[in-house]
Write a protein that binds this ligand. Structure first.
Ligand code: GRF
Length: 196
């Protein structure tokens, strides 16, 4: 049985990358193999996590000219079948998406269509949920298209907002109870669909 070669794009702490690594070790991510990590800035914890898991890792600074071309070149070099955006803060252009033949999926820390789209990332998402006063939030894994957070939804998981939550506390609960659970599950589902 062939397995999909997976690249993970990261920008920061890499806790979602770690969830993928741990799921692979537990045998829960078996239709794909983590084959490449691309960090869009140097020195982030996600790079260390990739090295510790013996996964090939490239640092391609997002602000440098030719970022997307360099990413596409790396994806081709490593024969990547699908891409997972895991805590990746960049917005990929429609041209990039058109040039990469396989699926691209993203984890967003809310129940899309709430609190998503341009400007909604990291703590801002959770602060908006608290400001609105929602009682339930969560995370979504979706296909990436040219609309920020606009692609078809794959999996979602709800998380309760507790009285007195700060954005930091809520972010941690959403990561632990939702993001780190559904991202590996979604990666396995998508890998299965492309290796049929
Ligand atoms: C998390 O809030 C995640 O939802 C968002 O980026 C933050 C950090 O992710 N996408 P990670 O620890 O770098 O995976």
């Amino acid at each position: 049985m062939l397995t999909a070669r997976i690249a993970v794009l990261v920008s920061g702490g890499g806790t979602n990358l770690q969830a993928l690594i741990d799921a692979q070790r537990r045998g829960e991510l078996h239709s794909g193999v983590l084959s490449l990590v691309i960090a869009d800035k140097p020195g982030v914890r996600a790079v260390t996590r990739a090295h510790e898991a013996d996964i090939a890792c490239a640092v391609i600074p997002r602000r440098e000219p030719g970022f997307e071309e360099k990413v596409l070149e790396a994806l081709g070099h490593y024969r990547i079948d699908m891409v997972v955006l895991a805590g990746f803060l960049g917005i990929l252009s429609a041209d990039f998406i058109a040039q990469f033949p396989g699926p691209i999926i993203n984890i967003h820390p809310s129940l899309i269509p709430a609190f998503c789209g341009k400007g909604f990332y990291g703590l801002k998402v959770h602060q908006a949920a608290l400001d609105y006063g929602v009682k339930v939030t969560g995370a979504t894994v979706h296909y990436v298209n040219e609309v920020p957070d606009g692609g078809k939804i794959i999996l979602q998981k709800a998380v309760e907002v507790q009285p007195g939550d700060t954005a930091e506390v809520l972010q941690r609960r959403v990561m632990e109870q939702a993001e780190w659970v559904i991202l590996p599950q979604a990666a396995e589902l998508v890998a299965q669909t492309i290796m049929k």
